[in-house]
Design a protein around this ligand. Structure first.
Ligand code: SF4
Length: 70
């Protein structure tokens, strides 16, 4: 599963990393810097959970075929 983060939309709430610390990381200013990364094996559910908590809906997840999964 691949992570797309719209950096123009991300407002630095840091909820993604708080709810899914194995999946999302933040830069020094508290903005999500996981754009383009692959979800670690076995962490798909955590990735969805963290994305769902993003108040800005800045995170989109894609499967291996490039299909949006949320
Ligand atoms: S929860 Fe959303 S707005 Fe907040 S840092 Fe994560 S991606 Fe950005």
């Amino acid at each position: 599963m691949k992570i797309k983060v719209d950096r123009k939309v991300c407002a630095g709430h840091a909820l993604c990393a708080a709810k899914a610390p194995d999946v999302y990381t933040l830069d020094d200013d508290g903005y999500c810097n996981s754009d383009g990364q692959t979800v670690p094996a076995g962490k798909d559910e955590q990735a969805r959970f963290g994305a769902a908590y993003c108040p800005e809906r800045a995170i989109t997840l894609f499967d291996e075929s490039g299909k949006e999964v949320r």
